[in-house]
Design a protein around this ligand. Structure first.
Ligand SMILES: C[S@@+](CC[C@H](N)C(=O)[O-])C[C@H]1O[C@@H](n2cnc3c(N)ncnc32)[C@H](O)[C@@H]1O
Length: 401
């Protein structure tokens, strides 16, 4: 995004209504979208008769000629005040990550008119936009129907919920659906205490939960949330980060066999505050895929070490992979290494990288089972001399001959 635009918007950061009017109108005018019925979008649209605002809009459009959905999301993130960003961890997820997570999740379920997809910390609903588009590709139903029946979102900031409504209404409008009103099930509240069963009719759990839970270290968490963390067993070790309970709350909100797909920081593999979460995962032994980005930076605005977690709420194995480039994520299939839950130590941290090494060694050389025994119970391995050296350097492998 051009620097001038961001500098321009900064002046209005604290005037939420003006900011939203400017962003919505720039989207409408730059995409030549007319709106006659949609009441929400009409409320935000700046008209030529709004003389002062229209002048600002024209100046804005002169710098930024084309505003698509991704720019809209970027603008909505940009105008969140720095103070709010610290407390709520608001960082929006790039399109290719949202698409990867949503497609992977949808591959594991059978979509039906009753399918329920939720982002419990939805921001301006980038994930829900991606999910709605993906449903539309697979079913001949209107966006109004998808948004009213299949999509659910929650955020602690009321402006996020308002912007979610805007984004999703614009999605319908841009596809020719100019409806007076779309009743999207978007809620304002704290995910740590939100009662979905009291807000959603006949609630029996979600089929899919997606998102990018807030990363907020314990010293920046607000008092109410700090108190609520005590209700989540995964927060009982160290000083919890706010993203940690989102795993437990997400899994508890899923129906059996449902899928959770998050992008989160990867510190829970090893950190002290991730110990209870690791123990929770090991006890549950869910079908769990981890794509670790290692040092690869996914978020432009934040220096973080992240991973994608795809968890099916049914028993299975842990599969781990580490990727070094975004291209690998876009490739057709990513090879995973299977890690036995029994081989992991929740107390000291998960050594997931070892699984890659072991698989590499297993695929070459001679059988190793007679030469080595491991505390983690690997039965047969093949090994070369180089592999032997690497194995001997691992703490959980003991040579027996
Ligand atoms: C990292 S952003 C992710 C937004 C969106 N899911 C995405 O990926 O683009 C985290 C969001 O969590 C929200 N949030 C923070 N604490 C929350 C809580 N306790 N309950 C619900 N939402 C919360 C923030 O307002 C912010 O919009």
């Amino acid at each position: 995004m051009k620097k001038e635009i961001l500098k321009y918007l900064k002046e209005y950061t604290y005037d939420t209504l003006m900011i939203d009017r400017l962003i919505v109108s720039s989207f409408l005018y730059s995409n030549k979208l007319s709106v006659e019925r949609n009441e929400l979008i009409l409320y935000y649209k700046i008209l030529e008769t709004d003389i002062d605002e229209f002048k600002v809009l024209k100046e804005f459009l002169a710098i930024h000629k084309k505003v698509g959905f991704e720019e809209l999301i970027e603008l909505f993130e940009f105008v969140i005040s720095p103070e709010d960003k610290v407390v709520t961890g608001a960082v929006y997820t790039p399109n290719y990550i949202r698409e990867y997570i949503v497609k992977e999740a949808f591959n594991q379920i059978t979509l039906s008119p009753e399918t329920k997809i939720c982002d419990p910390a939805c921001g301006c609903s980038g994930f829900l936009l991606t999910a709605a588009r993906e449903i539309k590709k697979n079913a001949d139903i209107s966006y109004k129907s998808i948004l009213e029946n299949n999509i659910f979102g929650l955020d602690i900031q009321s402006y996020s919920i308002e912007r979610s409504k805007i984004l999703l209404n614009l999605l319908a409008l841009s596809e020719g659906e100019d409806c007076e009103e779309i009743n999207i099930q978007l809620f304002h509240g704290n995910a740590l205490s939100f009662q979905w069963d009291q807000n959603v009719q006949n609630f029996e759990g979600f089929d899919v939960i997606v998102g990018n839970p807030p990363y907020v270290c314990s010293r920046n968490i607000d008092d109410e949330s700090l108190e609520l963390l005590k209700n989540w067993s995964v927060c009982s070790s160290g000083h919890p980060d706010l993203y940690i309970p989102f795993f437990q709350l997400g899994i508890e909100l899923l129906r059996n066999d449902g899928i959770l797909g998050y992008i989160t920081v990867n510190s829970f593999f090893k950190s002290i505050n991730g110990r209870s979460l690791r123990s929770y995962f090991q006890d549950a032994s869910y079908d769990f895929k981890i794509i670790d980005f290692g040092g690869l930076q996914i978020f432009k605005s934040k220096n973080t070490y992240t991973c994608i977690c795809l968890i099916q709420k049914s028993k299975g194995k842990l599969k781990y992979t580490k990727i070094n480039s975004i291209r690998q994520l876009k490739s057709k299939s990513i090879p995973f290494n299977i890690v036995e839950y029994e081989s992991l130590e929740y107390e000291n941290g998960w050594n997931l990288q070892n699984s890659i090494l072991i698989n590499k060694i297993e695929s070459i050389g001679q059988p190793l089972g007679k030469k080595y025994k491991t505390r983690n119970g690997i039965a047969t391995l093949n090994v070369t001399d180089k592999g032997l050296k690497e194995l001997e350097s691992m703490s959980n492998v003991i040579r027996i001959s």
